[in-house]
Write a protein that binds this ligand. Structure first.
Ligand SMILES: [Zn+2]
Ligand SMILES: [Zn+2]
Length: 360
């Protein structure tokens, strides 16, 4: 294992030296976020590789969501580094997790989950009468004359010629295999996380993805539940937010919603695909850190890493996830046995259902 530590240190030193050199030459053009990130990088690596041969701790994953005990496998990272990865095989949904509500059946009778609307009057909304009538005024037709919501299956039948509130069907047979480097290797520049990009794996064994697709692009709304999750067309459940601190985000966004899961800003939520841990919006002392880099990360002590570790924090704006990763990910970081909803890259592809939407 010593070999990997040494390798990482060499890579990191190279990166830091390169970064320092370039920052003196191109100061004017360097984005502020990147500069902050480089400043954090030096310290991050010192603290993450100093003592341990692994940052990710497989003991933290909840067995209720695991198909089998996690293992360590040889893997290659996207920058060509040959190293070792944690391999975690997870269920379509943890045994102990209650999910929903997603779409309301009738806007006059019940409320569904939430959605981040990016049209006129953008913001996070509860899926209810006020939201759907607002969308109707903007030309989006999600319910009939009696208030019944057009609910479609993104992997199957949609209600024709209208906008659909999407609810995918769970597939109990689906399993996902996630690979995360034991020791993070810094990327030359941060890796941006675009729509439905792979972010990481929560310690409850639910995968985490970036923004769900916009209704403006596809015309249909893949409803999220009150903890920021939903089922992919491939049949598995996943998070689109830092669930364990999502109520703080709801308060910030002034949306009347609450996740039924325990909330804590300073608790470990999961691990990003680069191997660094992810937390809610606060540090151990309950305050929000003020030294975060462009990916919303910094080095500090946490309950799980008392000697300090680089880690990401949730922001308050929804979705409360980092927008970039500072480390490289493994090749084949995420694979699924599902036949539907998976793009060529191995990630979820059909989150928003068939395209060609917009206003009907
Ligand atoms: Zn912190
Ligand atoms: Zn999704």
């Amino acid at each position: 294992m010593y070999r990997y530590v040494t390798l990482t240190v060499i890579i990191v030193l190279t990166f830091v030296m390169t970064a320092c050199g370039s920052s003196t030459e191109t100061t004017a053009q360097e984005p502020a976020a990147e500069t902050a990130l480089i400043a954090a990088t030096d310290e991050a690596q010192e603290m993450t590789v100093g003592s341990a041969d692994s940052v990710i701790d497989l003991a933290f994953f909840d067995s209720a969501g695991l198909v089998q005990d996690p293992t360590v496998v040889d893997c290659t990272l996207t920058d060509g580094t040959e190293t070792q990865c944690a391999e975690v095989v997870v269920k379509y949904l943890p045994d102990n997790l209650e999910i929903g509500p997603f779409c309301p059946d009738n806007i006059y009778e019940d409320e569904g989950g939430i959605w981040e609307w990016d049209g006129e009057n953008p913001g996070v909304y509860r899926l209810n009468e006020a939201f759907f009538t607002m969308l109707k005024a903007q030309g989006f037709d999600f319910y009939d004359a009696d208030g019944n919501v057009y609910i479609g299956d993104p992997a199957g039948a949609l209600v024709a010629d209208v906008n659909n509130c999407l609810e995918a069907v769970a597939d109990e047979m689906v399993e996902m295999t996630v690979r995360i480097p034991l020791l993070p290797v810094m990327a030359e520049t941060p890796i941006e996380l675009g729509t439905v990009a792979q972010v990481g794996l929560a310690i409850d064994a639910v995968p985490i993805f970036a923004d769900a697709p916009s209704v403006l692009d596809r015309g249909h709304l893949p409803a999220l539940d009150l903890c920021g999750g939903h089922i992919d067309p491939g049949g598995w459940y996943h998070w689109h937010a830092t669930t364990t601190d999502i109520d703080a985000s709801f308060a910030f966004e002034e949306v009347d919603a609450a996740c039924q899961l325990a909330q804590s800003g300073s608790s470990l939520f999961g691990y990003a695909f680069d191997g660094f841990p992810m937390y809610g919006s606060t540090d151990q002392d309950g305050t929000m850190p003020t030294d975060l880099d462009g990916c919303n990360g910094h080095v500090a002590a946490t309950t799980e890493y008392p000697d300090g570790v680089y880690h990401y924090h949730a922001g308050l704006a929804f979705p409360n996830l980092p927008t970039c990763l500072v480390g490289v990910t493994a090749n084949n970081a995420f694979a699924t046995t599902a036949s539907a909803g998976v793009g060529a890259g191995g990630g979820p592809g059909g989150d928003g259902g068939p395209g060609g939407g917009g206003r009907p």
